[in-house]
Design a protein around this ligand. Structure first.
Ligand code: UD1
Ligand code: CA
Length: 453
């Protein structure tokens, strides 16, 4: 049986007060609607239909790749929105309706909802709230069967007292939807075509409405304002922090870690406060991350220690390395085991061999260092001539004196040494000392200038 997922994302989201369409505002570093799309993909949907309207071009180009985007030019209601996708739905099967601004709905909850659908039964996801103001109320008969949804603005006082509300998420036999949607009317308080009116139609057609409670209020929460967005972000981050701790990671403060992507961490890692993880990050066991680091798309191997205020991006850090404080590892950096990168060091496309050290104030770019190299403070690889990038190669056990400029392309042999302050423009053979600096001139009894009166 085919599964079609329709994601509603045409609304303006005016309460966000933003030029960016609401569904593109990020939660955990990704657009709200991208979370929903990922969830739909995990359900192995045959078709994912994104209903766009306000800012539709922007939404389409940001997240629409591989999806069917359906335009709803005028926002005439949720029923009207789903109706725009009807021509693209499979002939038979189930249609699941999701919302671009309800990002945290889980695959487990939706799988259960989908399992309840038969040709004679539809699934409706509900939630019970202490304060149901604004939501559609679930109306049940004396036998506790769901018979209708009444929107807040259309509800009687008695109906307003109902605390079980409509999440908006439902799973419906597609053939039924084809019949019901064209029959909706806009004769209600908001003059809109309400999707919720299909519930009464189901009951009239003898289709059972199987109501299922959401696992948590958070997973069905929608974002209308930036305050709600911030609250949902915190809820999401807290859940990730809890999962990390459960998996054996110590967090100095579970309220002060942000995971904007996917973090996999081995046992006995320690993460201090205000660390941000972005993209795909793997920490092997016994990794320590000190405060205020940003780590993006990186793999940090067992026992390594990242000291405070370091920024690591698209890099691989070997086992038992020391990085930072204040280090910046840029894309293409690969540290072999036991390498050391110290404070105010920037690396880019740099392979640093086992046990090698770049401890202070250096730039190592487009470079390959062997093992046990010592790079002195203030060393710069001059990798860019304004047009092209060139490579620096440094052999095993080389010693680069402080404040050396290595003008690439250039290579330094195994066991070679450069004198402090040298500007190296020619290759250095193995075990050779290269001195390339002006000679010191002593001028004895030098008279300093005196101030003119
Ligand atoms: C809707 C439900 C209500 C439910 C609530 C849960 C209806 C009539 N009511 O109310 O029962 O309790 O959600 O949050 O369905 N949208 C479009 N095109 C439109 C209208 C809406 O794409 O023409 C999209 C919006 O962008 C939004 C979603 O559908 O993401 C819900 O629309 P909204 O107007 O917020 O519905 P509510 O009044 O909150
Ligand atoms: Ca809403």
């Amino acid at each position: 049986m085919a599964l079609d997922v329709v994601i509603l994302a045409a609304g303006q989201g005016s309460r966000m007060r933003s030029a960016l369409p609401k569904v593109l505002h990020p939660l955990a570093g990704r657009p709200l609607v991208a979370h929903v799309i990922t969830t739909a993909q995990q359900l192995a949907a045959d078709g994912i239909h994104l209903v766009v309207g306000h800012g539709g071009e922007q939404v389409q180009s940001a997240v629409g790749e591989g999806l069917q985007c359906v335009w709803q030019h005028q926002q005439l209601g949720t029923g009207h929105a789903v109706a725009q996708a009807l021509p693209n739905l499979a002939e038979e099967g189930t249609t699941l309706i999701l919302y671009g601004d309800v990002p945290l709905i889980s695959v487990e909850t939706l799988s259960k909802l989908l399992a309840s659908v038969t040709p004679a039964q539809m699934g409706l996801l509900t939630v019970t709230l202490d304060n149901p103001t604004g939501y559609g109320r679930i109306v049940r008969n004396a036998d506790d069967q769901v018979v209708a949804i009444v929107e807040h603005k259309d509800a009687t006082e008695a109906e307003k007292a109902i605390t079980e509300v409509n999440t908006g998420i439902m799973a419906v036999p597609t053939a039924r939807l084809r019949k019901w949607l064209p029959a909706l009317s806009s004769n209600n308080a908001q003059g809109e075509y309400y999707l919720t009116d299909v519930i009464a139609m189901a009951v009239a057609d003898g289709v059972n409405v199987a109501a299922q409670q959401a696992a948590s209020a958070t997973e069905v929460e929608g974002v209308n304002t930036r305050l709600q967005l911030a609250a949902l972000e915190r809820a999401y981050q807290r859940a990730q922090a809890d999962a990390l701790m459960t998996a054996g990671v110590t967090l100095a403060d579970p309220a002060r870690i942000d995971v904007r992507g996917e973090l996999v961490a081995g046992q006995d890692c320690f993460i201090d406060i205000n660390v941000i993880f972005e993209g795909k990050v793997t920490l092997e066991s016994n990794v320590t991350i000190e405060a205020n680091c940003i780590i993006r798309d990186a793999h940090i191997k067992a026992g390594s220690h990242i000291k405070s205020h370091s920024v690591i991006e698209e890099a691989i850090v070997g086992e038992h390395c020391d990085v930072g404080p204040y280090a910046r590892l840029r894309p293409g950096t690969v540290l072999a085991n036991k390498a050391k990168i110290g404070n105010f060091v920037e690396t880019k496309k740099a392979i640093i061999g086992e046990g090698s050290k770049v401890n202070h104030l250096s730039y190592i770019g487009d470079a390959e260092l062997g093992r046990d190299v010592n790079v002195g403070a203030g060393t710069i690889t001059c990798n860019y001539d304004g047009v092209n990038k060139s490579k620096t190669t440094i052999g095993d056990n080389a010693f680069i004196g402080s404040n050396t400029s290595l003008v690439a392309p250039v290579s330094v042999g195994n066991g070679a040494t450069t004198g402090a302050g040298s500007t190296i423009t020619q290759n250095i053979a193995d075990n050779t000392l290269a001195l390339a600096r002006a000679r010191q001139v002593p001028i004895a009894n030098w008279q300093r200038p005196v101030k003119k009166t």
